[in-house]
Design a protein around this ligand. Structure first.
Ligand SMILES: Cc1cn([C@H]2C[C@H](O)[C@@H](COP(=O)(O)OP(=O)(O)O[C@H]3O[C@@H](C)C(=O)[C@@H](O)[C@H]3O)O2)c(=O)[nH]c1=O
Length: 180
């Protein structure tokens, strides 16, 4: 596994290193020891999947507030997506920075998203599936987010939005006291 820094403090891009032979390949998508050696969260207690049926769907921008703040690993295992992470930790040296990544099936990239960062994506292909490994229990009371079209976050989505959940449409706009 190769660990690369990103434009956001404590966010990493992890590349799966595969050993190939005539049958195909084998590579690690998680390794507790390597995560620990690199100073990353190494305990993930839920693994979830989202499937999106068409292109242009936006999900986000989401995080969980304390005491349920979560570290997330995000990997596209089918289709493709335009992924956005935004740092909303006011004390961070990369406060309000955005990290954009295009993830496709078989590109062998995993995003490591630290606590206190909003995450969302837009699908670029129909039938896109995302796997999440999450460090904390799902906590609907502390699940929160900011609108995908917030003027402060100012995210440029690549496609016209084709579908957004009612919950996401009703999310608030960003204010500097958002992070609890
Ligand atoms: C996020 C989540 C949702 N759910 C339930 C709640 C609801 O009934 C249904 C769909 O939830 P949502 O509408 O929140 O799903 P979705 O909008 O796909 O939420 C996800 O968006 C992306 C951008 C993320 O970063 C994820 O962490 C997660 O917040 O699944 C769980 O049971 N566990 C979970 O961890």
């Amino acid at each position: 596994m190769i660990f690369e820094k990103t434009s956001i403090l404590d966010m990493w891009k992890i590349k799966i290193k595969r050993e190939s032979d005539e049958r195909g390949s084998f590579g690690r998508i998680f390794c507790e020891d390597l995560f620990r050696i690199n100073g990353l969260e190494s305990k993930f207690i839920q693994i979830s999947s989202s499937r999106s049926n068409r292109e242009g769907i936006i999900r986000g921008m989401h995080l969980q507030h304390s005491p349920s703040s979560e570290v997330k690993l995000v990997q596209c295992i089918k289709g493709g997506l335009h992924d956005v992470v935004c740092d909303v930790r006011p004390w961070s040296s990369t406060y309000l920075a955005k990290e954009i990544n295009i993830l496709h099936e078989q590109d062998d990239q995993i995003l490591y998203i630290p606590k206190g960062c909003l995450h969302g994506f837009q699908t670029l292909q129909p039938n896109t599936e995302v796997y999440y490994s999450i460090s904390t229990q799902y906590d609907p009371i502390n699940a929160a987010g900011i609108r995908y079209d917030d003027p402060i976050l100012s995210i440029k989505w690549p496609l016209p939005p084709t579908c957004i959940s009612n919950r996401d449409r009703e999310l608030p706009f960003y204010t500097h006291d958002f992070l609890k």
